[in-house]
Design a protein around this ligand. Structure first.
Ligand code: AMP
Length: 422
């Protein structure tokens, strides 16, 4: 299958050639004809499958044809793309800029966390496509800067993430502002009941497409599991980063503070790292991302929310410094590497309390995660302070403790295997 076979127009084919895309991905093959036929779409697809192009390319084509046929210029917003995070919004806008480079279709991106002034000024000039996060869209709509009455295509991107991030109410409010008669494209990586319900309520006879079910992304990424005590995670991270094969690594932590702490420790240890999370200003996040993409910073430490939409070509490693308690998140994380058919490696550091999470992940991906037991920080073997001579007694008790921990260690390596076979 080639892009030509999908009946794409020359200006878009030319842009795709510049991008180096030779073959459509499965979601593109399935979704592009549906969107071009102006039908509603329900797509189960996650980041990394090429889903952005799957909706952006045909929308650009529809708008281009409409523009060619128009007798008077139309400055109204015709397409609304709603996405949960700023990073994702920027990424989508960059893709639209690239795919639409020869179409003359205008786009604009708005998101919170930065001054609204420039966004408002640019909105006044009119745009064909608006890419937005829900909060900022509603703010500017309420202030009367946005007119959604002429929307023909509405794309809801990462609907399940909207739910996770608590934006679903805002999304529903936005939908009430849209014309009833419109084309709706609904994208979600997973379909929890509430999301399926929302899809049902806003789509009309949708064509359904599903690609790479969440579990199968995991197949192309080489995964490794390190059992380690919580207190040894930082030294273990510094140890694994000594491997020059780790050209670039995206390290995931659960909290913003954790991300800051880890980045600080890495820098102290001589590894260039920066942290990216929701408390950082938009400028600081963009700078970190640009430095990372350009290879000036080797390690980017991120929370899940901040990492959403980060699209780094050739990311060699993903490191789960903490194991996510939602198994799908693990798949999203490791899907950041191994993109576009490239091979990637994902390392996961698992402490005692996180073992149930690993069990859930193994169940979801339907495969065992190979355990790396040969490393300097096996669990239960945290170096004990050198005993002072007066504590002869304590020394023996610490030896007992050591013995106990060694027993624990045997269990550590036994149990995960057992779990993975379940
Ligand atoms: P997405 O799922 O939209 O986040 O896209 C993931 C990555 O795949 C992005 O880096 C895109 O530039 C890239 N991509 C999308 N479609 C294609 C294609 N047909 N061929 C090669 N790369 C693609």
């Amino acid at each position: 299958m080639s892009f030509e076979k999908l009946s794409l127009i020359a200006p878009i084919l030319r842009a795709l050639e510049t991008q180096g895309y030779s073959t459509p991905t499965p979601i593109q093959t399935q979704a592009i004809p549906v969107v071009l036929a102006q039908k509603d779409l329900l797509a189960c697809a996650q980041t990394g499958t090429g889903k952005t192009a799957a909706f952006a390319i045909p929308i650009l084509q529809l708008l281009y044809k409409e523009k060619q046929a128009a007798t008077v210029p139309d400055r109204h917003i015709k397409t609304l793309i709603l996405t949960p995070t700023r990073e994702l919004a920027i990424q989508i806008a960059e893709n639209i800029r690239d795919y639409g480079a020869h179409t003359g279709i205008k786009h604009l991106v708005i998101f919170g966390g930065v001054s609204a002034h420039t966004q408002i000024q640019t909105l006044k000039q009119g745009t064909d496509i608006l890419v937005a996060t829900p909060g900022r869209l509603l703010d500017l709509w309420q202030q009367g800067h946005i007119n959604l009455r002429n929307i023909r295509q509405f794309v809801l991107d990462e609907a399940d993430r909207m739910l996770d991030m608590g934006f679903i109410h805002d999304v529903k409010r936005v939908i009430t502002k849209l014309p009833e008669k419109r084309q709706t494209l609904f994208f979600s990586a997973t379909m929890p009941a509430e999301i399926a319900g929302l899809a049902n309520s806003i789509l009309t006879n949708p064509e359904k497409v599903a690609v790479t079910p969440v579990s199968s992304t995991a197949e192309k990424v080489e995964q490794q599991l390190y059992f380690v005590d919580k207190s040894s995670k930082r030294p273990l991270l510094i140890h694994v980063l000594k491997d020059p094969a780790i050209v670039s690594a995206l390290v995931f932590t659960r909290t913003k503070h954790g991300a800051d702490r880890v980045a600080k420790e890495l820098n102290k240890a001589g590894v260039q790292a920066s942290a990216i999370h929701g408390d950082k200003s938009q400028n600081s996040r963009q700078r970190s991302l640009t430095d990372f993409k350009a290879g000036r910073v080797r390690v980017l430490v991120a929370t899940d929310i901040a990492a959403r939409g980060i699209d780094v070509d050739n990311l060699s490693h993903v490191i789960n410094y903490e194991i996510p308690n939602v198994p799908e998140t693990y798949v999203h994380r490791i899907g950041r590497t191994g993109r576009g058919g490239a091979s990637g490696i994902a390392l996961s550091f698992c402490e005692a309390e996180e073992r149930p999470y690993v069990k859930d992940i193994v169940k979801l991906i339907g495969q065992n995660i190979p355990v790396v037991s040969e490393h300097p920080f096996p669990p239960g073997e945290t170096p004990v302070e050198k005993p002072a001579p007066v504590v002869q007694m304590r020394q023996s008790s610490s030896q007992q403790l050591d013995g106990r921990k060694k027993n624990n260690k045997r269990k550590w390596h036994g149990r995960p295997q057992q779990k993975q076979q379940n």
